[in-house]
Design a protein around this ligand. Structure first.
Ligand code: AMP
Length: 440
């Protein structure tokens, strides 16, 4: 299968070649013909499947005819990082077309965005808040929009953007093509889709499980040993770029600082950083200056760094969807990647949810030569270690984790804590983790 079958404009084919895409991915194969026909699409696609090009290519094709320097395509994304990434893909695919795209998001000076809009662009890639601001101020003319894309709609819902999205809808022409992409389908998104899509074709890639090019492993550990385990694990594993997820901004900064002190090439990415520092962290990570990036979920949203070989969940995510999104940062477009997740005894019910979605049991690993017996410092109690999985979309399936006979603790080279010690939290819950013999 090649891109030729889509009969795209020659200048667009040049862009495909320049990006090195030789064959369409499954979502491109399924959705591009439908989008090219002008139909509305509801795309249920995992991250890392190539969905950006799946909508960007037909949009470029549409814009090749018709007026130039008129804003005709609007793509709405939840975060500025994702907006930048989509803008870059459009820039790469559309280089030879002379079509122009602009990003519109908050946290930066709005004047350059307004100037770019005044000069005339065909495509805007926007986050909802700034887009509404500019629309309210009359700085962006949405009256000629022919095609609207809502990307990562479930994440926009998680971030509270749905009211803004509905306001934006009211400003758009009713006669338009609408494409809605979402990795999952919570009720509110289903309702939004019903309201804004006209006779949509539904395209489903995968079942909401994380990309299958990723292999998964769990590392049971007590909370106070997570940073030490993280450093040991990275030292001992053959990695390219490593993306580490922590639960809060504070933890993100703390873990990165501890690693930096220990000599690791690390940067952190969290929502409190200035745009300059975010860019430095992101470009440094992309270019290999920082091999490790510690980030919160929202900050890491949409990161597309081709060499991410490992995603490490320092903290378990809040929902199965968040796990899917995090893991989608590695194993992108048929590359393989490893997803390691640190689990404390409090996380174990949630592990069942993830395994259910994956459709398989995740291997438990322990690290040889790592001292799992170091007691917690006196008085340490980190509230953020307490998982918040209750926000998951499915109730935790605790039943799978009814205590089982302690077995399978046959861990090579690592001593496994066997009970309660003073100053440490109990790891008895891990009896349910039938550890595999594979260790690193
Ligand atoms: P996305 O799901 O759009 O974020 O894309 C994931 C990654 O796949 C990005 O790095 C894209 O550049 C890459 N990609 C998209 N389509 C193709 C393709 N047809 N062949 C190879 N790589 C692709």
């Amino acid at each position: 299968m090649s891109f030729r079958q889509f009969n795209l404009h020659m200048q667009i084919e040049k862009g495909i070649e320049a990006l090195g895409y030789t064959a369409p991915t499954p979502i491109q194969l399924q959705s591009m013909p439908v989008i090219l026909q002008g139909k509305d699409v509801m795309g249920l696609a995992q991250t890392g499947t190539g969905k950006t090009a799946a909508f960007a290519l037909p949009i470029l094709q549409r814009l090749m005819s018709g007026p130039r320097r008129t804003l005709r395509a609007l793509i709405i994304a939840p975060t500025r990082e994702l907006a930048e990434q989509i803008h870059e893909v459009i820039g790469g695919l559309g280089r030879a077309t002379k079509l122009k795209s602009v990003t519109v998001y908050g946290g930066v000076n709005k004047n350059p965005q307004i100037r770019a809009l005044c000069q005339g662009v065909e495509i805007a890639v926007a986050c909802p808040g700034r887009l509404l601001d500019l629309a309210d101020q009359g700085e962006i003319d949405l009256s000629h929009i022919e095609v609207l894309v809502l990307d990562e709609a479930d994440r926009m819902f998680d971030m509270g953007f749905l009211p803004d999205i509905r306001k934006i809808m009211k400003r758009l022409p009713t006669k338009r093509q609408t494409l809605l992409f979402s990795a999952t389908m919570p009720d509110d998104i289903r309702k939004l889709a019903k309201d804004i899509l006209h006779d949509p074709v539904t395209i489903r890639i995968g079942t909401g499980a994380p990309v299958s090019t990723v292999s998964h492993a769990l590392y049971p550990v007590e909370p106070h040993l997570k940073t030490a385990l993280l450093m040991k694990l990275i030292e001992r594993t053959d990695t390219e770029s490593v993306l580490v997820f922590a639960r809060t901004k504070h933890r993100t900064t703390r873990v990165a600082e501890q690693m930096k002190r220990a000599g690791f090439p690390v940067a952190s990415l969290q929502g409190n950083l200035t745009q300059n520092r975010r860019q430095d962290a992101l470009s440094g990570f992309r270019e290999g200056k920082y091999q490790i990036l510690v980030a919160t979920d929202i900050a890491a949203r949409g990161i597309d760094v081709s060499g991410i070989s490992h995603v490490i969940n320092y903290d378990m995510p809040d929902t199965v969807d968040a796990y899917t999104h995090r893991i989608g940062r590695t194993g992108r477009a048929a590359k393989t990647g490893d997803a390691f997740t640190f689990v404390t005894s409090q996380d174990r019910a949630f592990v069942g949810d993830i395994e259910h979605v994956l459709g398989e049991r995740i291997e438990r690993r322990t690290l040889t030569d790592f001292d799992y017996n170091v007691p917690a410092p006196a008085g340490s109690s980190d509230a953020a270690d307490r998982p918040r999985h209750s926000v998951g979309r499915r109730p935790a399936r605790v039943s799978e984790y009814a205590p089982v006979k302690k077995r399978g603790d046959s861990v090579h080279g690592a001593s496994r804590p066997s009970g309660r010690r003073s100053g440490t939290r109990s790891l008895e819950g891990f009896s349910a983790f039938r550890s595999s013999s594979k260790t690193r």
